[in-house]
Design a protein around this ligand. Structure first.
Ligand SMILES: [Fe+2]
Length: 208
């Protein structure tokens, strides 16, 4: 019989999370670095909700491991920089289910598995894999969706520069209520504007 999440020792959960994180790094260091960098952003938003320490730790682990399912994506698709064809895109869109299939088997990772399964759902129900809508999507997954998109927008890629924080925040605002939970976007944008100091030219452009 499966153990209740509360009954699983935190030290065991931490050890498994570290081991799986190392696995993500080994498969694709870029995914690992990105995942580590969104942890702090996810926790900052999660801390606004009345969650127990254990729930915040689950969110932290979910952020670290959100793309673990990419382990199941072939190299030629995973490392293709842009322009996936329809078959490749469909293949890539399986990664939340792959992640869930791995983690649902680990005692103490029940919520982590669910957050990861639903991190590409959209507030308007047009996401994947479950086409869940609004608050049907677990809150942890709604938070992951926002911080994942934000960090992807501000990060440099071999084929493009990352966009300024102010522009990424504006895009999140435009997608609030369609792609993203509007409350999570509002909390996140407020946080991001406090922690990211705009570059001088960006600040000048914003005030012009
Ligand atoms: Fe993902």
């Amino acid at each position: 019989m499966a153990m209740a999440a509360e009954a699983v020792p935190a030290s065991y959960v931490d050890a498994v999370a570290c081991a799986l994180g190392a696995l993500v790094d080994l498969r694709d260091l870029g995914t690992g670095v990105h995942s580590t960098q969104i942890v702090e952003l996810a926790i900052a938003v999660g801390a606004h909700y009345v969650w127990e320490t254990r729930q915040l730790r689950e969110l932290e682990i979910s952020a670290t491991l959100h793309d673990i399912g990419k382990i199941g994506i072939p190299d030629q698709v995973l490392h293709k920089e842009q322009g996936l064809d329809a078959t490749e895109a469909a293949n890539m869109r399986r990664h939340p289910e792959y992640g869930w299939a791995i983690l649902r088997q680990v005692p103490g990772f029940e919520w982590v598995a669910l957050y990861i399964l639903h991190h590409h759902e959209r507030w308007d129900g047009l996401g994947y894999p479950g086409k869940l809508k609004g608050r049907e999507i677990p809150l942890g997954a709604r938070i992951l969706a926002v911080v994942d998109a934000f960090h992807a927008m501000i990060s440099d890629r071999p084929y493009r520069r990352g966009m300024p924080v102010t522009e990424a925040c504006a895009r999140l605002g435009q997608a609030a209520g369609t792609q993203f939970d509007p409350e999570v976007v509002a909390l996140f944008v407020d946080y991001a504007q406090h922690i990211y100091t705009p570059a001088p030219q960006e600040a000048a452009a914003a005030s012009a």
